[in-house]
Design a protein around this ligand. Sequence first.
Ligand SMILES: Nc1nc2c(ncn2[C@@H]2O[C@H](COP(=O)(O)OP(=O)(O)O)[C@@H](O)[C@H]2O)c(=O)[nH]1
Ligand SMILES: [Mg+2]
Length: 304
Amino acid sequence: MVFGQVVIGPPGCGKTTYCNGMSQFLKLIGRKVAVINLDPANDALPYECAVNIEDLIKLSDVMIEHSLGPNGGLVYCMDYLEKNIDWLESKLVPLLNDHYLLFDFPGQVELFFLHSNAKKVITKLIKNLDLRLTAIHLVDAHLCSDPGKYVSALLLSLSTMLHLELPHINVLSKIDLIESYGKLAFNLDFYTDVQDLSYLQFHLDQDPRSAKYRKLTKELCDVVEDYSLVNFTTLDIQARWFLRLLKLIDKSNGYIFAGIEGSVVEFSKIAAAPLDWDYYRYPSPLSSAAVQEKYMKDDDDFPD
Ligand SMILES: Nc1nc2c(ncn2[C@@H]2O[C@H](COP(=O)(O)OP(=O)(O)O)[C@@H](O)[C@H]2O)c(=O)[nH]1
Ligand SMILES: [Mg+2]
């Protein structure tokens, strides 16, 4: 079985930086990792990529040849990739033996909650190559500093979850910068837990620009709350944040179950247990004393 992550989110939210940081962290803890760049708009990649969509199609060529802007060009590139999925599969096959896969996708969000091409690419890979993938949806934490933008981030996260139908983790990225946008109206937990959005209504009413959208905002918040699917974890580009996030990811895509010879009962015990339980019970590089000591020693002040 081959495991990996599909890294998505709006432009500039930190996908490429994440793939670079996560790949370095995975190597540190002993996993062989391959980063696959599927964003033709990525220039100057900080990581060494195993597969690059640029070898199949270039955004600049598409824009000139078909008189398209960058957005139309990206949709075209994804359509082209879907039609040429054999090309991608042939590049991935040699990696399947022992690599963990990180897919760096384009930042055009419509590709992941509206269009079917990116979803078809992912679904075909999962089916044809027997992959176990988790979607990591990054959203820039600065959106929390504006209630209207935060509501749009919630809707984007929800519609992406429903559209992609993958194990899914929403992440507020660049959390190290959150204080630089001024004091938040609520504790960070309020934004990550998404438990009671009615407080946002009151806050929005204080801003004359948002007051006229009060009813619309309420309806949108009700949709998010009714589904009760969206919450966030947080991240900045430091090793201990990666360790925390990787534990969640390993549980969501089944990596932690891969080496376990057990009964259905054992599997369900692990699935229902607190996050760390399985790491201590079953040998894994993440449970080694060295990794815990190195990356988690300052964990007391670590936000949940
Ligand atoms: N402070 C801070 N900056 C970050 C973080 N992650 C990414 N960035 C910066 O955000 C910018 C956009 O990142 P990039 O990975 O190219 O975003 P992408 O368009 O989603 O691939 C770059 O200047 C990164 O250095 C983070 O956790 N903290
Ligand atoms: Mg990028």
